[in-house]
Each structure stands twice: as structure tokens, then as C-alpha cells.
Write a protein that binds this ligand. Structure first.
Ligand code: ZN
Ligand code: ZN
Length: 718
């Protein structure tokens, strides 16, 4: 961010609306490299209109009082700086400044009225608000006012929103009348707004949520409607730019969101920037789905477009979809740095659940540091082929124009990778590949530039690590695609170079979307979202294809055909069936994705002996073969090995069973305990008792009327 050093370089602004706020002004940094402020220059005559606008912000309606003021008389200074004041006023939000909240704990309201000489009456509850600004009427030109505004947000010292409709602990005038809104409902309402659901539907869901706690009431409904409207307005206006300078903005975000950060190191000359984000909800998901299961990394996202690349840690949820449980933004892949943030993350999880452990960690980058994973997560590391497959397929399609050639090259690339078990000489196999496709200049240029220097290293990593399944590959790819779609749909491209924008996108839109997916799946309350979520991986889409739609080439096993379910006239052609490097001609596959047709064909190929098996299955078989040859004689060692293998087999069987219920909500619904609101419980009991007696509705209602009359009388007596 450029710093303006001379006041004359700052334009005078006078927005066309009657009242205006800080949002309507362009802010610049004024000062020098060591000390500078966010400032704007306006006509002095419009200062009051600015203050009115600032008081009427929908997210934080407030008043500003003068905390400090000074004056000089004209002509009293002989020498002065360009920004010297004639009048100086420090305005502070009237919910501040005293009574700072520590860690967001509830602040007591004041029970008495303050005797204050300030003209602006102060609210009865002090919330420690830090929002304040300075208005300087300029000595050099009294018709102008310089506004200095460094704390533009209504938050307390701990960084929490401390008043207004977004303040969860709001107490004070009016707060008693507000219905209790728990985190869960607020998160749900926010998620729905972020997804762009129409306001009336959001409101309906919001009211349903509140009524679980406090019953139906017209007053509650109208307050809820106001709340949803305000939340919508806040979200629409929310900006990632807490400060014009990205680094300062991130520092402020970190200060305010301590609960959602597991590691932070600002960039300095000695150390690169690292920011590790994990919300409370993500932490709970990591504990729940990661324990005794798998984790995976979608590493180096946006290495070309973003300021710093993003690494996402994933777990596989109850549907085996990839769920992001932590985000790390950094350019450093150095071992000591990776160790630091990884350790911080695992310590955080173990602080909640000391016995937490994962059974395996999937990586997608052969250059990744494996030792920290093994040491800190204490589990085996698996390799997923999704990234290399995707990047090869995309480039084959982009750089070779003929589909036959595309098929052939991709097939050969697959053979190269399959060669890791056959004792094939990499160097000569690569050389041969490049000879055979020497006329595909564009692709070969890419291959030579990007892969030739590292292909041997990648292949040896694939050989030494067990390989992950196609379902996992599909799930990680589905996450990757969602991330891409959420991040890159943004209209302002300049934002890609800002970390605060990335953080904002992740923690608002993306987080909300995953939260809602899980909520929809577990509560069955958003059918449409649930269906979309289930169908979001190619594995699940493949399960919808009937076996009868797949036609195999029984003679040479060179291809398979999949008939489209929507249009029986369309047939997809899948070459190289059975392999991860199968090639399909559908549009989804031609965008570089692992499509449902390939997965379905490979599922079927597995039951036919004459087809090749996938890399992941080969890798599993390799492991079992090693196991089989380990005890070399008929000794006690063999008994130990048998016992251990038997145990493992049992464990695997149980694990597979546990993870395969088709619908988690049916499991939840079958649980013995069910939450019903108090009202419902009464209602249920009444209904069941009346069903025992003869149906006599009038008698029942008469009795109820009598009861309520009695209650009314009692309340009048009190
Ligand atoms: Zn405030
Ligand atoms: Zn396809």
C-alpha cells in the first residue's frame, strides 16, 4: 500500500448522499514508513453528516461521543505542519472505551446512569468498544477536516464484536426481549445467506430453529425477521479489507480470530509467513472423522495465482467425502516450518482428546516432507495419484489436438507409472515415450520442462509408499474443484494477491458451505442441499450407474462403453479400462477430472480376471505378498504373525462395516434418545392419553380453557 507523505496529495471528498459513512469514502495511508494512519479529507461543513452516517451503520448502530477535544485560536501559531489542527476532536463509540472484555467473556451491564457532561448520552452498558476516530479541523485551511480512522470496527480489545446484532453476548436495553440464538442457528442462518438462499426461506428456517427453544410468538417472529435482514445486510457489506495494507489487515484478522487460529507467524526477514486456520467446528470434525481413520492433504493450491499457496488438511466424513479441517497458508515447505505448524495442530487436537490418532495420511506431492508426518501424526503415509493424473490429463488434452493421440499418450504415461513394479528402467522408458511422441511438440515441451527433472523422484516415491484408492482420489479432487469454484469466481482479480481475501473466502463462504452440507446430511432438513452434497463426488455418481449400462470389450480388453442414463443414444468410450490412467471422452473427463464412467468401468473390471487392476489395488496386493513371505519357517514367529494378522483382519472388517451405512441420518434416527421440545413432549403425552380415553375433543378443550383461566387469575393476584 502506497503511503502519501504530503497532505496536498490527498483529494477532498464530498459524497453525494446527504449522510455518509466511512464506507462511502476512499481511505489513504498518510504519514511516513514508520508511522502512518488511514485518513480521508472532507469539507469541515460536512463533519456532522459523516458522524450521523457513522452512527447509523446497520451492523453496529451506535452514537459517538467526544472523548477528547482541543482548540487553538487562529493566528496563534507562526510555524505549523500542514496537518496541524485548529480544532481537534477524538470521537469514541459510546459502547466504549472502558470495560474491556477478556477473551470475549460476558460483560456486566451498568446498573446506574453515568453523570457525564458529554452531550451525547452514553448507553447504560459499556462494552469496551475500541472503535474511534479523530476529526482535525485544519489550521492551514479551516474549511477542511482531516478524519483519522484507525479502528473502524466495533470490537473490544480481544477482537470480538461487542455490540449490535452480531454480538452474541448482547445485554442491555432490548436484549432481554431478543430470543436466545445459539451458535448453531446463527451458523445455519449465515450459511444459508452465504449460499444465496432467498431471504424468506432463510427466515423460515431461522424461526424454526428459534422455536425449538422458545415456542411460537409473533414478537419473536418479528425480531427474527429483523435479525435475518440485518445479518444479510452485514454479510453483503462485509469486506475482507480490515486495513488497506494486506499485512496489517491479516494482523488485525488474527487478533480478532484467535479462537480459529492454531499457528501464526508474521513474515520477517528471517522467517516466512505462516497462517494456520482451524475453526472450532473444524476441530470437532477432525477429532470425529480423523480418529482411527485417514487424513489427506490437498497441497500447493494456487501456487501460481495466489500470493501464498494454500494447503488443506482433509478428513473423510461419514460419506467418505473430503471435508476441510484445517487450512495452512504459507510459501514455506521447509521441514522445520512444516514441523512447527503440524505440531501445533496435533497438540491442539490432543488437548481436547488425548487419545486421538490417525491410521494413515494421504499425500499428493512427492516432494512433500514425509518425516514430520510420520513423527507427528505417528502413522503410515500413503500416496494419492490424483494430482499427477489430473495435471497430466489436463495437459494432454490441452496440448494434443487429436483425441486418438490424447488417448495413446495418456495410456503410455499410465504404463510408465505402472512400471514401478515391473523393474522397468525409468530413464529408458521416458526416453522411448519422448521418441514416440516427438511430433507432439507442445506436450513434450511441457513434459520436459515440468516432469523430466523430477519424474524419477516421483516414481520412486510411488514405489516406496502404499497407494491410495480411486475413491479417495475422487474425493480430494471434488474438494479441490469446489475450492477452485468458490475462490476463482470472484470478480476482482486483484484480490488474488491479498491474503486477507483468501482468509475471508475460506472462513465465510467455503466454511459455511461445508457446515451446511454436514448439517443437511445429518438432520435431513435441507433435501436439495443434501442431494447435491451426496452427488458431489464421482464415486457416488458412479454408484448410480447400473452394471447393465457398461459394455466391455471381451476380446482384447482394450476399451469399455458406458451408455448414458439420460440419453440412451449417447455412449461414452473408455479406453485403458481397469487403470487409474483410463481415458474417457465425456466432457467432465475432458476437463481433466476423474469421471464417473471411469470409476464405474474400473469397479466392474475388478471382478473380471483378464483386466488389469488399479495401482492402489496392486499396491495393497504387494503389501500382502510381503506379509505372506515374512516368517520364513514354521516357527513360533509364524504363530505370532498369524495372531497379529487375524487381529488386523478383524479390525479391518469392523472398520469397513462401520463406514458403510448408506445413510447416516437413518442411523441417527434409529438412536433411542430423541430431542423434542418441551411443548411437543406435552403435546405428545396429551395426545396419547386422549387416545386411550374416548375421543371427546370438546371436553378436552374445556378443561384446557379452565386451566388457563385459573392461571390468568393467579397471575392477577400476584
Ligand atoms: Zn462500537
Ligand atoms: Zn466420463
Amino acid at each position: 500500500m502506497e503511503i502519501v507523505e504530503a497532505l496536498v496529495d490527498i483529494p477532498v471528498q464530498s459524497p453525494s448522499t446527504r449522510d455518509f459513512s466511512s464506507d462511502d469514502l476512499e481511505w489513504v495511508k498518510f504519514g511516513n514508513a514508520e508511522h502512518h494512519d488511514d485518513v480521508a479529507l472532507i469539507p469541515y461543513a460536512r463533519v456532522d453528516e459523516f458522524i450521523i452516517g457513522e452512527c447509523c451503520k446497520v451492523e453496529c448502530p451506535t452514537r459517538f461521543h467526544i472523548e477528547k477535544g482541543r482548540k487553538r485560536s487562529r493566528g496563534s501559531l507562526k510555524e505549523y505542519k500542514s496537518d496541524e489542527y485548529l480544532e481537534y476532536r477524538l470521537y469514541w463509540c459510546s459502547f466504549g472505551p472502558e470495560n474491556y472484555g477478556e477473551g470475549g467473556s460476558i460483560l456486566p451491564s451498568r446498573r446506574y446512569r453515568l453523570n457525564t457532561r458529554n452531550r451525547a448520552a452514553r448507553p447504560q452498558s459499556m462494552r469496551g468498544c475500541m472503535c474511534h476516530f479523530v476529526v482535525k479541523r485544519l489550521y492551514a485551511d479551516p474549511s477542511l477536516a482531516l478524519i483519522i480512522y484507525n479502528n473502524r470496527h466495533h470490537v473490544n480489545k480481544s477482537g470480538f464484536v461487542c455490540h449490535g446484532p452480531l454480538d452474541g453476548d448482547a445485554i442491555g436495553p432490548g436484549a432481554k426481549k431478543m430470543a436466545y440464538i445459539c451458535d448453531e442457528i446463527q451458523q445455519q442462518t449465515m450459511s444459508l445467506i452465504y449460499l444465496g438462499i432467498p431471504e424468506e426461506n432463510v427466515l423460515q428456517k431461522h424461526i424454526e430453529g428459534i422455536q425449538r427453544y422458545c415456542g411460537a410468538d409473533a414478537k419473536v417472529n418479528s425480531l427474527a425477521s429483523q435479525y435475518v435482514q440485518k445479518l444479510g445486510a452485514i454479510i453483503k457489506r462485509a469486506t475482507h479489507e480490515l486495513d488497506l495494507d494486506d499485512q496489517a489487515s491479516i494482523r488485525m484478522w488474527v487478533e480478532r480470530n484467535k479462537k480459529s487460529i492454531f499457528f501464526y507467524r508474521d513474515s520477517s526477514e528471517a522467517d516466512p509467513f505462516i497462517l494456520g486456520i482451524q475453526t472450532g467446528w473444524q476441530l470437532r470434525q477432525m477429532i470425529r472423522f480423523g480418529h482411527c481413520s485417514l487424513m489427506a492433504a490437498d497441497s500447493t493450491f494456487g501456487i501460481k495465482r495466489l500470493k501464498y499457496p494454500l494447503c488443506t488438511l482433509l478428513v473423510f466424513d461419514s460419506r467418505q467425502h473430503a471435508l476441510p479441517v484445517a487450512w495452512v497458508i504459507t510459501r514455506s515447505f521447509a521441514k522445520p516450518d512444516v514441523c512447527q505448524w503440524m505440531k501445533a495442530l496435533v497438540d491442539r487436537v490432543r488437548a481436547v482428546d488425548t487419545g486421538w490418532k490417525v491410521n494413515g495420511f494421504l499425500i499428493d506431492d512427492a516432494a512433500a516432507e514425509i518425516d514430520p508426518l510420520r513423527d507427528i501424526f505417528c502413522c503410515p503415509v500413503l500416496f494419492s495419484l490424483w494430482r499427477i493424473r489430473r495435471s497430466w490429463l489436463r495437459n494432454v488434452i490441452k496440448k494434443c489436438s487429436n483425441i486418438e493421440v490424447q488417448r495413446e499418450i495418456f495410456n503410455r504415461l499410465g504404463k510408465l507409472v505402472y512400471g514401478i513394479w515391473g523393474g522397468v528402467n525409468y530413464a529408458s522408458a521416458v526416453e522411448e515415450l519422448m521418441q514416440d511422441f516427438v511430433d507432439q511438440k507442445a506436450f513434450m515441451q511441457y513434459f520436459k520442462g515440468c516432469w523430466l527433472p523430477k519424474i524419477e523422484m516421483w516414481l520412486s516415491v510411488m514405489q516406496s509408499l502404499p497407494l491410495a484408492s480411486q475413491e479417495a482420489s475422487g474425493a480430494i479432487e471434488a474438494y479441490h474443484l469446489k475450492l477452485k469454484c468458490k475462490l476463482y469466481d470472484d470478480s476482482h482479480l486483484a484480490a488474488f494477491q491479498r491474503v486477507d481475501w483468501l482468509v475471508h473466502k475460506l472462513t465465510t463462504e467455503l466454511h459455511s458451505s461445508y457446515w451446511l452440507d454436514r448439517c443437511a446430511d445429518e438432520t435431513d432438513s435441507f433435501q436439495h442441499i443434501k442431494e447435491e452434497y451426496i452427488a458431489s463426488t464421482s464415486w457416488h455418481r458412479a454408484l448410480q450407474i447400473p452394471d447393465s449400462a457398461v459394455l466391455l470389450d471381451e476380446k482384447d480388453c482394450l476399451f469399455a462403453k458406458v451408455q448414458s442414463m439420460k440419453d440412451g443414444n449417447i455412449t461414452r468410450f473408455v479406453s485403458n479400462p481397469g487403470s487409474e490412467f483410463a481415458f474417457c471422452d465425456c466432457s467432465w473427463s475432458l476437463q481433466g477430472n476423474l469421471c464417473k464412467h471411469i470409476i464405474k468401468v474400473n469397479m466392474i473390471c475388478k471382478s473380471h480376471n483378464n483386466y488389469q487392476t488399479s495401482m492402489s489395488f496392486n499396491s495393497f496386493r504387494e503389501l500382502l505378498t510381503t506379509l505372506l513371505t515374512k516368517p520364513t519357517d514354521d516357527s513360533i514367529e509364524l504363530d505370532r504373525a498369524t495372531a497379529l494378522t487375524y487381529q488386523t483382519l478383524n479390525q479391518i472388517q469392523r472398520l469397513v462395516e462401520l463406514n458403510s451405512p448408506n445413510n447416516i441420518s437413518t442411523v441417527v434416527n434409529n438412536l433411542p434418545l430423541k430431542w423434542v421440545s418441551k411443548k411437543m413432549r406435552n403435546f405428545c403425552r396429551k395426545r396419547s392419553s386422549s387416545s386411550l380415553a374416548l375421543p371427546s375433543g370438546s371436553k378436552e378443550s374445556a378443561r384446557r380453557n379452565g386451566k388457563s383461566r385459573k392461571r390468568r387469575r393467579l397471575s392477577r393476584l400476584r
